[in-house]
Design a protein around this ligand. Structure first.
Ligand code: PXL
Length: 275
Protein backbone atom coordinates (compact mmCIF):
# COMPACT_ATOMS: atom_id res chain seq x y z
CA UNK A 1 0.00 0.00 0.00
CA UNK A 2 1.24 3.50 -0.84
CA UNK A 3 1.94 5.80 2.08
CA UNK A 4 1.18 9.52 1.81
CA UNK A 5 2.21 12.18 4.29
CA UNK A 6 -0.10 15.18 4.25
CA UNK A 7 0.91 18.36 6.04
CA UNK A 8 -1.75 20.96 6.75
CA UNK A 9 -3.84 22.43 9.55
CA UNK A 10 -6.65 20.66 11.29
CA UNK A 11 -9.73 22.86 11.36
CA UNK A 12 -11.84 20.95 13.88
CA UNK A 13 -15.02 22.09 12.16
CA UNK A 14 -15.08 23.34 8.60
CA UNK A 15 -14.69 20.47 6.12
CA UNK A 16 -11.29 21.49 4.81
CA UNK A 17 -7.58 20.69 4.96
CA UNK A 18 -6.95 17.54 7.03
CA UNK A 19 -10.61 16.70 7.58
CA UNK A 20 -10.85 16.35 3.79
CA UNK A 21 -7.39 14.99 2.95
CA UNK A 22 -7.54 12.15 5.46
CA UNK A 23 -10.88 10.64 4.37
CA UNK A 24 -10.37 11.21 0.64
CA UNK A 25 -6.84 9.83 0.32
CA UNK A 26 -7.74 6.93 2.62
CA UNK A 27 -10.87 6.15 0.58
CA UNK A 28 -8.69 6.04 -2.54
CA UNK A 29 -6.65 3.32 -0.90
CA UNK A 30 -3.46 4.92 0.40
CA UNK A 31 -2.27 4.98 3.98
CA UNK A 32 -2.56 8.61 5.04
CA UNK A 33 -0.10 9.90 7.60
CA UNK A 34 -0.86 13.38 8.92
CA UNK A 35 1.29 16.17 10.24
CA UNK A 36 -1.03 18.85 11.67
CA UNK A 37 0.56 22.31 11.45
CA UNK A 38 -2.00 24.00 13.69
CA UNK A 39 -5.30 23.25 15.40
CA UNK A 40 -8.09 25.74 14.68
CA UNK A 41 -11.61 25.65 16.11
CA UNK A 42 -12.90 26.26 12.55
CA UNK A 43 -11.45 27.43 9.25
CA UNK A 44 -10.64 31.10 8.96
CA UNK A 45 -13.85 32.12 7.20
CA UNK A 46 -15.61 31.95 10.58
CA UNK A 47 -15.26 34.88 12.98
CA UNK A 48 -13.42 34.44 16.28
CA UNK A 49 -11.73 31.15 15.38
CA UNK A 50 -9.09 29.86 17.79
CA UNK A 51 -5.67 28.77 16.55
CA UNK A 52 -2.86 26.88 18.24
CA UNK A 53 0.32 26.75 16.18
CA UNK A 54 2.02 23.34 16.27
CA UNK A 55 5.36 24.31 14.69
CA UNK A 56 7.24 23.12 17.77
CA UNK A 57 5.91 19.60 17.16
CA UNK A 58 7.29 19.22 13.64
CA UNK A 59 10.89 18.41 14.62
CA UNK A 60 10.10 15.90 17.40
CA UNK A 61 7.47 14.09 15.32
CA UNK A 62 9.63 13.85 12.20
CA UNK A 63 12.74 12.90 14.23
CA UNK A 64 10.76 10.02 15.66
CA UNK A 65 9.64 8.91 12.18
CA UNK A 66 13.24 9.06 10.97
CA UNK A 67 14.38 6.90 13.86
CA UNK A 68 11.66 4.39 12.90
CA UNK A 69 12.87 4.36 9.29
CA UNK A 70 9.55 5.63 7.92
CA UNK A 71 9.43 6.65 4.24
CA UNK A 72 6.69 8.15 2.07
CA UNK A 73 5.54 7.60 -1.51
CA UNK A 74 4.16 11.12 -1.57
CA UNK A 75 4.24 14.25 0.54
CA UNK A 76 1.34 16.64 0.03
CA UNK A 77 1.15 20.06 1.66
CA UNK A 78 -1.89 22.34 1.90
CA UNK A 79 -2.75 25.24 4.21
CA UNK A 80 0.23 25.94 6.44
CA UNK A 81 0.72 28.61 9.05
CA UNK A 82 3.81 30.74 9.19
CA UNK A 83 6.96 31.57 7.25
CA UNK A 84 9.09 29.74 9.83
CA UNK A 85 6.91 26.69 9.41
CA UNK A 86 7.45 26.67 5.64
CA UNK A 87 11.21 26.67 6.28
CA UNK A 88 10.73 23.65 8.52
CA UNK A 89 8.73 21.92 5.81
CA UNK A 90 11.41 22.61 3.20
CA UNK A 91 13.82 20.85 5.51
CA UNK A 92 11.35 18.00 5.97
CA UNK A 93 11.28 17.62 2.15
CA UNK A 94 15.08 17.36 2.12
CA UNK A 95 15.07 14.79 4.92
CA UNK A 96 12.29 12.57 3.57
CA UNK A 97 12.66 12.87 -0.20
CA UNK A 98 13.61 9.46 -1.56
CA UNK A 99 14.19 8.76 -5.24
CA UNK A 100 10.50 8.07 -5.88
CA UNK A 101 8.84 10.36 -3.38
CA UNK A 102 6.39 12.64 -5.16
CA UNK A 103 6.05 16.09 -3.61
CA UNK A 104 2.78 17.91 -4.27
CA UNK A 105 2.36 21.46 -3.01
CA UNK A 106 -0.97 23.24 -2.92
CA UNK A 107 0.10 26.75 -1.87
CA UNK A 108 -3.17 27.48 -0.07
CA UNK A 109 -3.22 31.16 0.88
CA UNK A 110 -5.68 33.10 -1.29
CA UNK A 111 -8.74 32.99 -3.51
CA UNK A 112 -10.89 35.36 -5.60
CA UNK A 113 -8.08 37.89 -5.86
CA UNK A 114 -7.53 38.13 -2.09
CA UNK A 115 -5.14 36.70 0.49
CA UNK A 116 -6.73 34.76 3.37
CA UNK A 117 -6.84 36.80 6.60
CA UNK A 118 -3.75 35.30 8.23
CA UNK A 119 -1.29 36.00 5.38
CA UNK A 120 0.84 38.74 3.80
CA UNK A 121 3.25 39.13 0.85
CA UNK A 122 6.21 37.71 2.79
CA UNK A 123 4.18 34.53 3.22
CA UNK A 124 3.46 34.51 -0.53
CA UNK A 125 7.20 34.70 -1.25
CA UNK A 126 7.89 31.80 1.08
CA UNK A 127 5.21 29.72 -0.63
CA UNK A 128 6.93 30.36 -3.96
CA UNK A 129 10.07 28.83 -2.42
CA UNK A 130 8.09 25.81 -1.28
CA UNK A 131 6.71 25.42 -4.81
CA UNK A 132 10.29 25.40 -6.11
CA UNK A 133 10.92 22.26 -4.05
CA UNK A 134 7.85 20.41 -5.40
CA UNK A 135 7.27 17.99 -8.27
CA UNK A 136 3.69 19.14 -8.82
CA UNK A 137 2.07 22.42 -7.77
CA UNK A 138 -1.67 23.16 -7.90
CA UNK A 139 -2.30 26.85 -7.15
CA UNK A 140 -5.47 28.67 -8.09
CA UNK A 141 -5.22 31.77 -10.30
CA UNK A 142 -5.05 34.16 -7.33
CA UNK A 143 -2.20 32.24 -5.71
CA UNK A 144 -0.36 31.96 -9.03
CA UNK A 145 -0.72 35.68 -9.76
CA UNK A 146 0.57 36.56 -6.28
CA UNK A 147 3.55 34.20 -6.50
CA UNK A 148 4.58 35.30 -9.99
CA UNK A 149 3.88 39.03 -9.57
CA UNK A 150 1.35 38.98 -12.40
CA UNK A 151 -1.88 40.91 -12.33
CA UNK A 152 -4.92 38.97 -11.07
CA UNK A 153 -7.66 38.95 -13.67
CA UNK A 154 -11.26 37.82 -13.42
CA UNK A 155 -11.72 38.09 -17.16
CA UNK A 156 -8.95 36.50 -19.18
CA UNK A 157 -8.15 34.37 -22.19
CA UNK A 158 -5.91 31.38 -22.76
CA UNK A 159 -2.82 33.53 -23.36
CA UNK A 160 -3.05 34.94 -19.80
CA UNK A 161 -3.27 31.42 -18.38
CA UNK A 162 -0.32 30.27 -20.51
CA UNK A 163 1.74 33.22 -19.29
CA UNK A 164 0.86 32.37 -15.69
CA UNK A 165 1.85 28.74 -16.30
CA UNK A 166 5.10 29.79 -17.91
CA UNK A 167 5.99 31.95 -14.90
CA UNK A 168 4.91 29.22 -12.48
CA UNK A 169 7.15 26.82 -14.37
CA UNK A 170 10.04 29.20 -13.70
CA UNK A 171 9.45 28.74 -9.96
CA UNK A 172 10.86 25.25 -10.45
CA UNK A 173 8.27 22.46 -10.12
CA UNK A 174 8.13 19.81 -12.89
CA UNK A 175 4.38 20.11 -13.37
CA UNK A 176 2.38 23.29 -12.76
CA UNK A 177 -1.39 23.05 -12.70
CA UNK A 178 -3.70 26.04 -12.42
CA UNK A 179 -7.11 25.37 -10.89
CA UNK A 180 -10.32 27.31 -11.38
CA UNK A 181 -9.49 28.06 -15.01
CA UNK A 182 -12.49 29.02 -17.10
CA UNK A 183 -11.74 29.11 -20.82
CA UNK A 184 -15.30 28.95 -22.12
CA UNK A 185 -18.50 30.46 -20.87
CA UNK A 186 -20.28 28.08 -18.50
CA UNK A 187 -17.19 25.91 -18.06
CA UNK A 188 -14.37 25.67 -15.58
CA UNK A 189 -11.51 23.33 -14.86
CA UNK A 190 -7.74 23.13 -14.92
CA UNK A 191 -4.84 23.88 -17.20
CA UNK A 192 -1.43 22.35 -16.57
CA UNK A 193 2.05 22.46 -18.05
CA UNK A 194 4.68 19.74 -17.88
CA UNK A 195 8.26 20.96 -18.21
CA UNK A 196 9.74 17.69 -19.46
CA UNK A 197 7.46 17.35 -22.47
CA UNK A 198 6.62 21.05 -22.91
CA UNK A 199 2.99 19.98 -23.18
CA UNK A 200 -0.13 21.67 -21.90
CA UNK A 201 -3.16 19.86 -20.61
CA UNK A 202 -6.58 21.49 -20.51
CA UNK A 203 -9.67 20.01 -18.94
CA UNK A 204 -12.94 21.89 -18.76
CA UNK A 205 -16.21 20.70 -17.28
CA UNK A 206 -19.42 22.45 -16.32
CA UNK A 207 -19.15 25.53 -14.15
CA UNK A 208 -21.50 25.59 -11.20
CA UNK A 209 -22.29 29.03 -9.89
CA UNK A 210 -21.44 28.46 -6.28
CA UNK A 211 -18.26 28.99 -4.28
CA UNK A 212 -17.57 26.72 -1.37
CA UNK A 213 -14.76 26.42 1.05
CA UNK A 214 -12.71 23.26 0.94
CA UNK A 215 -13.25 22.56 -2.76
CA UNK A 216 -9.57 23.28 -3.49
CA UNK A 217 -8.60 20.79 -0.79
CA UNK A 218 -11.04 18.27 -2.22
CA UNK A 219 -9.51 18.70 -5.68
CA UNK A 220 -5.90 18.41 -4.47
CA UNK A 221 -6.57 15.45 -2.16
CA UNK A 222 -8.32 13.60 -4.98
CA UNK A 223 -5.37 14.26 -7.31
CA UNK A 224 -2.95 12.90 -4.75
CA UNK A 225 -5.08 9.81 -4.11
CA UNK A 226 -5.52 9.15 -7.84
CA UNK A 227 -1.81 9.50 -8.57
CA UNK A 228 -1.15 7.03 -5.75
CA UNK A 229 -3.59 4.66 -7.48
CA UNK A 230 -1.35 4.83 -10.53
CA UNK A 231 -3.11 7.46 -12.64
CA UNK A 232 -0.95 9.89 -14.60
CA UNK A 233 -1.25 13.53 -13.57
CA UNK A 234 -3.60 14.42 -16.42
CA UNK A 235 -6.12 11.69 -15.60
CA UNK A 236 -5.80 12.49 -11.90
CA UNK A 237 -6.63 16.17 -12.58
CA UNK A 238 -9.59 15.25 -14.79
CA UNK A 239 -11.06 12.86 -12.21
CA UNK A 240 -10.48 15.39 -9.43
CA UNK A 241 -12.17 18.17 -11.42
CA UNK A 242 -15.18 15.94 -12.19
CA UNK A 243 -15.44 14.79 -8.59
CA UNK A 244 -15.26 18.33 -7.23
CA UNK A 245 -17.94 19.58 -9.65
CA UNK A 246 -20.17 16.60 -8.82
CA UNK A 247 -19.77 17.20 -5.10
CA UNK A 248 -20.71 20.88 -5.43
CA UNK A 249 -23.83 19.87 -7.39
CA UNK A 250 -24.85 17.32 -4.78
CA UNK A 251 -24.24 19.86 -2.01
CA UNK A 252 -26.45 22.42 -3.75
CA UNK A 253 -29.30 19.92 -3.75
CA UNK A 254 -29.16 19.59 0.04
CA UNK A 255 -31.68 22.03 1.55
CA UNK A 256 -29.80 21.84 4.86
CA UNK A 257 -26.34 22.31 3.37
CA UNK A 258 -23.80 23.95 5.66
CA UNK A 259 -22.48 27.33 4.42
CA UNK A 260 -18.91 26.47 5.29
CA UNK A 261 -18.13 23.39 3.21
CA UNK A 262 -19.27 20.74 0.74
CA UNK A 263 -21.00 17.42 1.38
CA UNK A 264 -18.11 15.28 0.16
CA UNK A 265 -19.11 12.60 2.64
CA UNK A 266 -22.16 11.91 0.46
CA UNK A 267 -20.12 11.58 -2.73
CA UNK A 268 -17.18 9.41 -1.66
CA UNK A 269 -18.94 6.30 -3.05
CA UNK A 270 -19.28 8.10 -6.43
CA UNK A 271 -15.58 8.96 -6.40
CA UNK A 272 -14.76 5.29 -6.25
CA UNK A 273 -16.88 4.74 -9.37
CA UNK A 274 -15.29 7.56 -11.39
CA UNK A 275 -12.54 5.32 -12.76
O1 PXL B 1 -9.59 25.24 2.46
C1 PXL B 1 -8.50 26.01 2.69
C2 PXL B 1 -8.31 26.33 4.14
C3 PXL B 1 -7.65 25.43 4.95
N1 PXL B 1 -7.42 25.67 6.26
C4 PXL B 1 -7.86 26.81 6.83
C5 PXL B 1 -8.54 27.75 6.07
C6 PXL B 1 -8.76 27.51 4.70
C7 PXL B 1 -9.46 28.50 3.88
O2 PXL B 1 -9.93 29.49 4.30
O3 PXL B 1 -8.98 28.87 6.65
C8 PXL B 1 -7.60 27.07 8.29
Amino acid sequence: MKRVLTIQDISCLGKCSLTIALPIISALGAETVILPTAVLSTHTMFHNFTCKDLSDQIAPITDHWKSEGITFDAIYTGYLGTIEQIDQIKELFRNFREQNTLIIVDPVMADNGKLYPAFNMAYVKKNAELCAAADIIVPNITEAALMTGMEYKEEYDESYIKELLSRLNELGADISVLTGVSLEKGKTGVMGYERETGEYYVYQNRRIDAAYHGTGDLFSSTCVGEIMRGKNWRDAMRIAADYTAHTIEVTLQNPRKPWYGVDFEATIPDLLNLH
